[in-house]
Design a protein around this ligand. Structure first.
Ligand SMILES: Nc1nc2c(ncn2[C@@H]2O[C@H](COP(=O)(O)OP(=O)(O)OP(=O)(O)O)[C@@H](O)[C@H]2O)c(=O)[nH]1
Ligand SMILES: [Mg+2]
Ligand SMILES: [Zn+2]
Length: 336
């Protein structure tokens, strides 16, 4: 598939040359032979910061795109001033088809779906081992969203200098999800970035998790100079004056070997858009146990086969508890 190629519309014979202020009078779209390919790095109200080749270019969406929104991670076609010089503004004339979409709702009963990031291949679920306390509930929800959106999960457990990872690894170790454990010292000597980087090559990885778990700290360790280059400031993470991230930001890894996307901390990861019958796919340790379930089992009924499966020692009871809690919250909010 051509992602960055030049683009010609076939139905634009009557449109005029695309001079400033000289728009075609019909619905016919102007020709964008000069369009260049770019990646949306961050969005601030109507302003989109894009990377075009190696230039950081500010852009706005062309009116012809209508209501379709470009989001972080989108591959777009741009025309106009692509110099990247101060006070220039390019136009986004096309949003390429998305390879994946990570969505969430604020809560399970919130009908408003937001796209967190487009085209991500991997979801790094960042959880601090302490400060803030780990909450498996959010991990489970992120796993559901990842599997549903076509992203593969990576578990990143931070702050092992404050608490040991054993309990969480006990819960998620059986899932065959790749994981990395990091701490303060390894952040400082570069080991944390190195170990995380082993999982990032050639992919677009979105970092999600509660506020304060260390997403930005880790992203900054992975791409030390990129944030400043793209946003013009460092967003210094210092003890008391900590900056909480307010919008998603995609940054290229060195040698064009993939991308990392820092995202704002979430309180919950609403799954209103996901069919409850798909939730079980995020519990691969339990899924084989559903073979003995009655048809259309909701997995919280008396004849659900999962109780026996867990009682026989095939999976951790805490995981069945997690599944049922997740299904129950989903159901309750759907009912009202
Ligand atoms: N002790 C310890 N502190 C850490 C570690 N990683 C990050 N921190 C600290 O945790 C605090 C929060 O880090 P951030 O990187 O801002 O967290 P975040 O996930 O980006 O938070 P939001 O942007 O609000 O979502 C900072 O004070 C970091 O210095 C770690 O491994 N160990
Ligand atoms: Mg942050
Ligand atoms: Zn069942």
């Amino acid at each position: 598939m051509r992602r960055y190629g030049k683009h010609t519309d076939e139905d634009d014979i009557r449109s005029r040359p695309n001079r400033r202020g000289n728009r075609p009078r019909t619905h016919i779209r102007p020709k964008h032979e000069d369009a260049a390919g770019g990646m949306v790095l961050t969005v601030d109200r109507g302003r989109l910061t894009c990377l075009v080749e190696d230039r950081v270019v500010m852009a706005m969406k062309a009116r012809e795109l209508g209501r379709k929104a470009a989001v972080v991670g989108d591959r777009v076609a741009l025309v106009g001033d692509l110099s990247g010089r101060k006070d220039t503004l390019a136009r986004i004339v096309r949003i390429e088809e998305r390879g994946s979409v990570l969505r969430r709702t604020a809560d399970d009963d919130d009908p408003y779906e937001r796209v967190v990031v487009a085209n991500a291949d991997q979801l790094a679920i960042v959880t601090a081992l302490a400060d803030p306390e780990p909450r498996p509930r959010l991990i489970d929800r992120c796993l559901v969203a990842a599997y549903d959106g076509g992203l593969s999960p990576l578990l990143v457990l931070t702050k092992s200098d404050l608490a040991p990872p054993d309990e969480l690894l006990g819960l998620y170790g059986a899932l065959d999800i790749p994981y990395v454990v990091t701490n303060r010292e390894e952040l400082e000597n570069g080991d944390a970035a190195d170990r995380v980087r082993e999982h990032l090559g050639g992919r677009v990885t979105a970092f999600v998790g509660h506020s304060g778990v260390g997403k930005t700290t880790l992203v900054n360790a992975l791409v030390p100079e990129e944030r400043r280059r793209v946003t013009g400031h460092v967003n210094a993470v210092t003890g008391r004056g900590r900056h909480t991230t307010t919008s998603a930001l995609a940054l290229p890894l060195a040698k064009a070997d993939g991308w990392v996307v820092d995202t704002p901390g979430v309180r919950s990861f609403g799954l209103a858009h996901i069919d409850p019958s798909r939730v079980i796919h995020a519990f691969p340790d339990l899924e084989p146990g559903t073979e003995g379930c009655p048809r259309a089992c909701g997995h919280d009924e008396p004849d659900c086969a999962l109780d026996a499966w867990v009682a026989d020692g095939h999976a951790d009871p805490a995981r069945l508890y997690s599944l049922r809690r997740l299904l129950a919250t989903r159901e309750r909010t759907e009912g009202d």
